[in-house]
Design a protein around this ligand. Structure first.
Ligand code: FAD
Ligand code: NAI
Length: 466
């Protein structure tokens, strides 16, 4: 009999949550993690440190210009080392929290690198080089993702950085060039812009945030430009040359045309992430990958090798922590004989810029492409009492409802606190709610969430405050 019911390789949001749920369901569980701390990309070099810096830099920025309006007179002075320490402390608190949860749930921890020897068998190589074989009935690959590299541009995490280096720059770069106007580029670009960098974002496509609702993305771009961020859309970076302490970033129009050069002190490469399967022994174990290097799984997260499963960034779907977590829960429940399930149509996505962008469900572009008839209700924060009181009136909420049934198919917003507001749209959609349901739900006053209710009313052209 195998020593464990389940071995999870990787202790990110997918892996550690799967381990906890499996333990709750009575399984004997072990987790293998090569990083010194639990929490994976998200807690160590992703969601948590980036949000800590976004929070601190936003307050610094606001203290510089918005506080005076409210009668708070301060002259903010940046202590970058302390701001980075604040961020590191957030990481420490969160990763220690996961360590506590592992102990509480009696999950055995192997601190080393896991390699699959075959169904049921994992070899762990510890930091000191020693090895141990661990066996289990089921193996879960939850090894996450890594930074996508741009050929010919070497990331040194000092002058040419990935998101990891951009979370720990020792001084504020005078000029920061960001390659890629996706989530990382806009979030970390915002951090350093607020702290004083001149930020230019180079994006291959002719829009920012591909995949997001276009109207929302355009509005965010206008707002970021007002904050001083510059965009070179429809351009590709062809090379970065070191020029003393500075970098010369060569760009040219994606559709062809005259090349140009941008000067930068630091270049952030943020062109996406790739599944991480290096050193796992997958080809020897016969585990199939898809064309993009992701572990191919069936609807129950099982790979082509019985007993070997995969979840999170290493499989298809959005690379988001909450998607990985929900897959972890679903898989543990399936392994326990329950009906674990993830509703992939209702996974909220947030961009933590200022203002924030949040969305769930289909965008207008997707509905058009699918030929679905829909009604749109929109409501601007300029007409929301709380937003006016707070002087945070940038942005709007958009509700998309099925023209025939009124069922809500998508909700998109740009505005203050959008990351928190989007949850009500997700709950409504999970219950198959209509715009009418949303419009008739009493929302507390004065709150920003009233804009969601008003947008739902606007689907039937009966918003009250517009
Ligand atoms: P990971 O978190 O990548 O964890 C995988 C773990 O496996 C790692 O700790 C790795 O060390 C370990 N591992 C790999 N191979 C082995 C091996 N052979 N043996 C042992 N251990 C191994 N998502 C959001 O939802 N919200 C956000 O705000 C957000 N912000 C982000 C900001 C940044 C800068 C970045 C880079 C990402 C962000 N993400 C965010 C994405 C999020 O971090 C990922 O979607 C999430 O971490 C995926 O979880 P995972 O468990 O699949 O993998
Ligand atoms: P991304 O996929 O969001 O954006 C990459 C951008 O780079 C795209 O706009 C793409 O068109 C552009 N691009 C690609 N190649 C290029 C090139 N050669 N030149 C110029 N532009 C190019 O990837 P990103 O921002 O690196 O984030 C990676 C993942 O991390 C995302 O999948 C995201 O889900 C996750 N993440 C989530 C966050 C959140 O939920 N708030 C925050 C940060 C990351």
């Amino acid at each position: 009999m195998a020593t464990y019911d389940l071995i999870v390789i990787g202790a990110g949001p997918g892996g550690y949550v799967c381990a906890i749920r499996a333990s709750q369901l009575g399984m004997k569980v072990a987790i293998v993690e090569k990083r010194p701390r639990f929490g994976g990309t998200c807690l160590n070099v992703g969601c948590i440190p980036s949000k800590a810096l976004l929070h601190a830099s936003e307050l610094y920025d606001e203290a510089g210009h918005a506080f005076a309006d409210m009668g708070i007179e301060v002259k903010p002075k940046l202590n970058l080392a302390q701001m980075l320490a604040f961020k590191d402390d957030a990481v420490k608190g969160n990763t220690e929290g996961v360590a506590y949860l592992m102990r509480k749930n009696k999950i055995d921890h192997f601190h080393g690198t896991g390699r699959i020897l075959g169904a049921g068998r994992v070899e762990v190589t510890f930091i000191n080089g020693e090895q141990q074989e661990v066996d289990a009935t089921s193996i879960v690959i939850a090894t996450g993702s890594d930074v996508a590299q741009l050929p010919g541009i070497e990331i040194d995490e000092k002058a040419i950085v990935s998101s990891t280096g951009a979370l720990s720059l020792e001084k504020v770069p005078k000029r920061l060039v960001v390659i890629g106007a996706g989530v990382i580029g806009l979030e970390l670009g915002s951090v350093w812009r607020r702290l004083g960098s001149e930020v230019t974002v180079v994006e291959y496509l002719d829009r920012i945030l591909p995949g997001n609702d276009l109207e929302v993305a355009k509005q965010l771009q206008r707002l970021l430009e007002k904050q001083g961020m510059a965009f070179r859309l429809g351009h590709k970076v062809t090379g970065v040359k070191k020029n003393g302490a500075a970098q010369a970033v060569s760009i040219e129009p994606a559709a062809g045309g005259d090349a140009d050069t941008l000067a930068a002190d630091v270049v952030l490469v943020a062109i996406g992430r790739v599944p991480y399967t290096r050193g796992l022994g997958l080809s020897e174990a016969g585990v199939q990958l898809d064309k993009r290097g992701r572990v191919e799984v069936d609807a129950h997260y099982q790979s082509n090798v019985p007993g070997i499963y995969a979840i999170g960034d290493v499989i298809k779907g959005p690379m988001l922590a909450h998607k990985a977590e929900d897959e972890g829960v679903a898989l543990a429940e399936l392994l326990a004989g329950q009906a674990g399930h993830v509703n992939y149509g209702i996974i909220p996505a947030v961009v933590y810029t200022s203002p924030e962008v949040a969305s769930v469900g289909k965008s207008e572009e997707e509905l058009k492409a699918e030929g679905v008839a829909y009604n749109v209700g929109k409501f601007p924060f300029t007409a929301n009492g709380r937003a006016k009181a707070n002087k945070q009136t940038d942005g709007f909420v958009k509700v998309l409802a099925d023209a025939a049934t009124d069922r809500v198919l998508g909700v998109h917003m740009v505005g203050a606190n959008a990351s928190e507001i989007i949850a009500e749209a997700a709950v409504l959609m999970e219950f198959g709610g209509s715009a009418e349901d949303l419009a008739r739900t009493c929302h507390a006053h004065p709150t920003l969430t009233e804009a969601v209710k008003e947008a739902a009313l606007a689907v039937e052209k009966r918003a009250i405050h517009m």
